[in-house]
Write a protein that binds this ligand. Structure first.
Ligand SMILES: Cc1cc2nc3c(=O)[nH]c(=O)nc-3n(C[C@H](O)[C@H](O)[C@H](O)COP(=O)(O)O)c2cc1C
Length: 355
C-alpha cells in the first residue's frame, strides 16, 4: 500500500500528499478543505495576515472540513533592522525603480516600514491548536516548540540543506519538508544565505534520508504520480506539492497568474530577490531579468514587497505582465488540472499505478 507511510500515520491522513501552504493571500480555506477532505493534508500560509485574520481563516477552514490541516508561518519575517531602511537607501532604490513606475504613470510609494508579528501569530496557533503547524525561515525557540507540543500540535519544519534538516531534527520537530530549488515561491533557507543553499529535491531527499530519522516530506518539482513515485524511491515518506495546486481554481491566484502558469511563459523561471527582497522562484519576466545582478539596489524583505505591489497593481491593470512576478516552480509546463479535486484524483490514481 503506497499510501501508508510513517507520514500518513503521524499526520493521520489517508494519502501522503501535502498541499503546500502559500503566503501572500494565495492560500484559501476552499483549497485546504478540498485536499484534506480527499485524504491529503491541506495547508494555509498565514504569514502575511494578522493574528485576528488567522482566527477568521481558521473558522472558515473548520466550517469546510473536519479533517487534519496545516497552518503555516514564517519564523523570521523581516530582514530590515528595526523594520525600516535609511532615507538614503530608500532614495537609491527609488531611483533604480523610477523608470518602471514612470512607464506605468504611477507614483512610487512612501518609504515603507514593518513590525515583526511572528510571536503574536504564533500565540494564535497555540490557541487554535491545528493538527499541524509548519514553519519556514528558521526554528521557533525551544519554549515555543514545547508550548505547541503540550497542546498536541505536530511540528513540521522546512529545510533547504542537509544541515538545516539536522538542526530541525535536533530541535525535535515531528517531520521535515526537504525543499529543493525547483520549488515555486521563496527559498526558506535559514542557516546560510538562500543563494548558497541551492540543492535540488532529488539530491536533498537522499542526503536528508541518510542522516535524519523523522518522516521526510519532499517538496519541489512534483506535480504528478511520476514525481511522487520518484520521491518515494529516493526515501521520501510524503510529498508537498505547491505549483500544481496554485494553478487550480480553488487557490487565491489571480486569473492572470493561473493563465501564466499554463502558458509558454512558465517554461522559464528564475530565482530572484526582485519582488520581496528574499530569494524566490517565479516566471522569468523582463523586470526579473533586469534586476538580476543588481540585488544591492533592492530593499530588504519585506519592504521590497510594498514597492513591488504598487507596481504590480498598475502593471496588471495595464496588462503589462512583464512588470509582474508570477510565482511558479520549474515543473509548471507539465500541469494539466484546473480543479484541485481533479488534481488530487489524478495524483492518487497515477501514483497507485506506479508504486
Ligand atoms: C506562491 C507560493 C507561495 C508559497 N508560500 C509558502 C509559505 O508561505 N510557506 C511555506 O511553507 N511554503 C510556501 N511555499 C512553498 C510551497 O508550500 C511548496 O513547498 C512548494 O511550492 C513545492 O514546490 P513546487 O512549487 O515545485 O510544487 C510557497 C510556494 C508558492 C508557489
Amino acid at each position: 500500500m503506497w499510501n501508508k507511510t510513517k507520514a500518513t500515520e503521524l499526520l493521520e491522513i489517508d494519502y501522503p500528499i501535502l498541499q503546500g501552504p502559500f503566503g501572500g493571500g494565495l492560500s484559501t480555506p476552499e483549497l485546504v478543505a478540498t485536499v484534506s477532505n480527499r485524504g491529503g493534508l491541506g495547508g494555509y500560509g498565514a504569514y502575511s495576515i494578522s493574528p485576528q485574520e488567522i482566527y477568521e481563516v481558521d473558522r472558515q477552514i473548520k466550517s469546510l472540513t473536519g479533517k487534519p490541516y496545516n497552518l503555516n508561518l514564517w519564523v523570521s519575517d523581516t530582514d530590515a533592522p528595526n523594520g525600516t531602511v535609511s532615507d538614503k537607501q530608500y532614495e537609491r532604490t527609488k531611483t533604480f525603480f523610477k523608470p518602471y513606475f514612470d512607464k506605468l504613470g504611477v507614483d512610487l510609494p512612501a518609504k515603507p516600514d514593518f513590525k515583526t508579528r511572528f510571536e503574536n501569530q504564533f500565540q494564535v496557533i497555540l490557541d487554535i491548536k491545528p493538527k499541524v503547524f509548519s514553519f519556514v525561515f528558521g526554528i521557533p525557540s525551544a519554549d515555543m516548540l514545547e508550548e505547541a507540543r503540550k497542546r498536541g500540535i505536530l511540528l513540521v519544519g522546512n529545510a533547504t540543506t542537509l544541515d538545516e534538516a539536522i538542526a530541525l531534527e535536533a530541535a525535535g520537530v515531528d517531520a521535515i519538508v526537504a525543499s529543493g530549488f525547483e520549488a515555486g515561491g521563496h527559498r526558506p533557507s535559514f542557516l546560510e544565505p538562500a543563494e548558497l543553499s541551492i540543492t535540488g529535491s532529488f539530491v536533498l531527499t537522499q542526503l536528508v534520508r541518510e542522516k535524519v530519522k523523522v518522516p521526510l516530506i519532499t517538496a519541489g518539482g512534483i506535480a504528478n504520480g511520476k514525481g511522487i513515485a520518484a520521491a518515494f524511491a529516493l526515501g521520501a515518506d510524503a510529498v508537498q506539492i505547491g505549483t500544481a495546486f496554485l494553478a487550480t481554481e480553488e487557490s487565491g491566484a489571480l486569473p492572470e497568474h493561473r493563465e501564466a502558469l499554463f502558458s509558454d511563459a512558465a517554461k522559464k523561471t528564475i530565482l530572484t530577490r526582485a519582488y520581496t527582497g528574499r530569494l524566490g522562484r517565479g516566471i522569468t519576466t523582463q523586470l526579473a531579468k533586469e534586476v538580476h545582478g543588481k540585488e544591492h539596489e533592492l530593499l530588504p524583505f519585506p519592504l521590497q514587497t510594498t514597492l513591488m505591489s504598487s507596481l504590480r497593481k498598475a502593471a496588471l491593470a495595464q496588462n503589462k505582465h512583464d512588470l509582474v512576478l508570477f510565482w511558479s516552480g520549474q515543473i509548471a509546463p507539465v500541469l494539466k488540472y484546473r480543479k484541485a479535486s481533479e488534481l488530487m484524483e489524478a495524483l492518487i490514481e497515477e501514483t497507485g499505478k506506479l508504486t
